[in-house]
Design a protein around this ligand. Structure first.
Ligand code: DGL
Length: 260
């Protein structure tokens, strides 16, 4: 079991931001990544459909790759499906949590912004997280319609993505936000653009490193030895998805078709 791979999945390519943090912290672990591109985005999809896709992906990873742990590298899938996944699977399941806790600790203005999908923001899991922390700071939440779609088109810095992002962050800046939580694993891919819009003084918080640390603590990690491998699958167009992933990761990545 020790040298079995870890499964990592997202609705699309956003989870690659988490995969990179896992590879940095656990370089000897082998990973199998699934981008559910044919069913992306999850952000406004029916919850039942998301749960079914998550179960299908998890079972594929378990049956075909004998994974020893599963990382749900998607805030939306975590918010909607992690309870069911943990109930039905007998391997560790690690999910995303928007970095609100560190954000309320770090803010000086006392105003924190959260960018996420609609499904994440309306979930019970997110409401509980807010309830636990909103006595410490004012927390402004913003569903970012269209942003995952733009990123999945490879539009990381063009004018239309800039306008969209500005529409979402300007009202926060007007309210003196000094800390912005990226509550979707796609958004670190547009962090350079966001940085230009908000300036150097605003903290931008993401969750990948925390998730990698949590994964490490849950694993009997492999001893140092051979470098871990990574395999990539998608339910979408493997060539298109591979080209885009190569652009995001700055090195060639080959995706294989998942079948469904
Ligand atoms: N990466 C997913 C997340 O973290 C994107 C959701 C979507 O597909 O809309 O929420």
């Amino acid at each position: 079991m020790n040298n079995h791979p870890i499964g990592v999945f997202d609705s699309g390519l956003g989870g690659l931001t988490v995969l990179q943090d896992i590879q940095t912290l656990l370089p000897h672990e082998s990973l199998v990544y699934i981008a559910d591109s044919a069913y992306a985005p999850y952000g406004e999809k029916d919850a039942g459909d998301i749960v079914n896709r998550c179960l299908y992906i998890a079972n594929t990873l378990i049956q075909q790759h004998k994974i020893k742990a599963l990382v749900v590298a998607c805030n939306t899938a975590t918010a909607v499906a992690i309870h069911t996944l943990r109930e039905k699977l007998d391997i560790p399941v690690i999910g995303m949590e928007p970095a609100i806790k560190p954000a309320v600790d770090i803010t000086s203005s006392g105003v924190v912004g959260v960018l996420a999908t609609e499904n994440t923001l309306k979930s019970d899991k997110f409401s509980n997280l807010l309830d636990a922390h909103q006595h410490k700071a004012r927390i402004i939440t913003q569903p970012c319609f269209g942003l995952v779609e733009a990123i999945e088109q490879g539009e990381l810095e063009g004018e239309s993505t800039r306008q969209l992002l500005l529409k979402y962050v300007q009202p926060m800046l007007d309210e003196a936000v000094d800390t912005i939580v990226l509550g979707c694993t796609h958004y670190p891919l547009i962090e350079p653009l966001l940085r230009k819009l908000v300036g150097e003084q605003v903290h931008i918080m993401s969750t990948g490193v925390a998730v990698a640390k949590q994964l490490k603590s849950q694993l009997q990690s492999m001893d140092a030895g051979a470098k871990g491998t990574a395999l990539f699958y998608t339910s979408g167009d493997a060539t298109k998805v591979g080209d885009l992933a190569s652009k995001f990761l700055n090195h060639k990545v080959d995706f294989q078709g998942l079948g469904v």
